[in-house]
Design a protein. Structure first.
Length: 471
């Protein structure tokens, strides 16, 4: 009988367990928290109060793991919004034109996403969960991990043997220390901290709005030498909006009532401030920090047999880019495919699996850290840093994508983890990028007028082409 143990019962851990259940006789998830019976916050997920999305690439991976799950999410109230046509978007380079694209996101609260996914995953009788149970260390040696030491709440410590241990305990994983205690060399951890902070609040949408109400995104602008600030309004289930304000060092979003609205008004356009003043708040304002990009290069180590890291334990991107859950799903698919090619939990699996998971992290890591390096006072130990010419190229691509549907398709599918970033640099696209924008930049009025879904809720703000320099 083969057993896999997954440390951590969040999204990455649950989906890893789904992947493993096809190849192990039993899969045990060890979770220090306790799951709520309904879609509700849990103590072990402080970021759950903020905006979340599943990118197209993550949705496709999720559907591969749990067929029919997308339909279940939609039935529970999740919204699908195309990119960029389902979102009013102002980048650092201007407003995006509303043009068709195959890229999309699925939006709902993190509480609902976890509840629906967890319900389907844990219905598999091969998967069990030890809730309220701490992991205190790994067993084995530098060559082979044989299990974990656990301590259930109110009980003494005991050992759980395993043929494979998967660490999905997230950003604060103690696995580097546990491995070091067994004689494994220290894993190199790269950190790029742009200084981002969140403040989020849930609102009840005003009555009379269409169900296909778009999302709104005012992006922070990098490379100006001034703190970045931005805001996002995302439709959630139950005719609710989640509004997240974000800023870098020197522009941390406030958590008082008046300050929250004024911060939104001081971004590159006050559209979100105008919208939330017409909505009813239904939650408190919640802050969140600790948003640095963190990547542990386990694939560079002599990884012990029987150990794999996944999810945020492997690479935790800045949540501002919205790829965390999608990466967890794609890494679970990569784990499943490695298990299939390797024919199960046989010797030699761990290193192959770790390399496969690391490949999934490369493109999202580069996208997030390239941008974050150009906010002021960035803290980074990266051995290679992006050049100013890379930043200028990114700005040029974004500016052209705002008007060119073919380039927007490539850019948004790369961002949604459903297309290769290399598609942006096809010969035809390169020619368009070199040629530069060919149409006048949209005004705020023109951008907002592309979305009749707004109705008359924004009549007074359409003519405001308000830009706060450097945001």
């Amino acid at each position: 009988m083969t057993r896999a143990v997954v440390l951590g019962g969040g999204m990455a851990g649950v989906l890893a367990a789904v992947a493993l259940s096809r190849f192990a006789d039993a899969v045990t998830i060890v979770e220090s928290d306790r799951y709520p019976d309904t879609p509700a916050p849990r103590r072990g997920l402080p970021q759950g109060h903020h905006n979340h999305m599943f990118m197209r690439g993550g949705v496709e991976a999720l559907e591969s793991l749990l067929p029919g799950i997308t339909e279940e999410l939609h039935a529970a109230g999740a919204k699908r919004r195309a990119l960029p046509s389902g979102n009013l978007t102002r980048s650092g380079e201007g407003w995006f034109r509303r043009q068709p694209s195959s890229a999309y996101v699925v939006l709902c609260s993190r509480d609902l996403t976890d509840h629906v996914v967890r319900g389907r995953a844990l219905a598999d009788e091969r998967i069990t969960v030890l809730q309220g149970t701490k992991v205190t260390g790994l067993t084995g040696d530098a060559e082979r991990i044989t299990g974990v030491r656990i301590q259930p709440e109110g009980e003494g410590e005991r050992t759980l043997t395993a043929d494979l241990v998967v660490d999905a305990t997230g950003r604060r994983s103690k696995a580097p220390d546990w491995l070091a205690a067994l004689g494994v060399p220290a894993v190199y951890e790269e950190v790029v901290d742009g200084g981002f902070a969140y403040a989020s609040r849930v609102f009840e949408a005003p009555p009379g709005l269409r169900d296909d109400f778009p999302g709104v995104l005012i992006q922070a602008q990098a490379g100006t030498g001034k703190p970045g600030r931005g805001a996002a309004l995302l439709p959630n289930e139950g005719r609710r909006w989640i509004v997240t304000l974000f800023g870098t060092r020197g522009a941390v979003p406030p958590t008082d009532e008046d300050g929250f609205v004024e911060f939104a008004r001081g971004t590159r356009h006050p559209v979100i401030a105008e919208l939330i003043e017409k909505a009813r708040p239904v939650s408190e304002i919640r802050p969140y920090r600790g948003m640095a990009n963190r990547r542990r290069y386990y694939e560079k180590l002599p990884v012990p047999e029987g150990f794999v890291a996944t999810g945020d334990s492997l690479m935790a991107p800045n949540p501002n880019y919205g790829t965390g859950m999608s990466q967890a799903a794609r890494q679970a698919v990569a784990l499943r495919e490695t298990l299939r090619r390797h024919r199960g939990l046989r010797p030699g699996l761990a290193r192959k699996a770790q390399k496969a998971l690391a490949r999934i992290a490369v493109a999202p890591w580069m996208a997030a850290t390239t941008q974050d390096h150009f906010f002021p006072d960035v803290q980074s130990n990266a051995k290679r840093r992006p050049s100013l010419s890379q930043q200028r190229l990114n700005e040029r691509i974004t500016k052209v994508a705002a008007e060119n549907g073919r380039i927007a398709e490539a850019v948004f599918n790369a961002a949604a983890l459903s297309g290769s970033p290399l598609a942006i640099f096809s010969p035809a696209n390169l020619l368009a990028i070199l040629r530069g924008p060919r149409l006048p930049e949209l005004t705020a009025a023109q951008a907002i007028a592309q979305f009749p879904e707004f109705g008359d809720i924004l009549d007074q703000v359409q003519e405001i082409d308000h830009v706060v320099s450097g945001n």
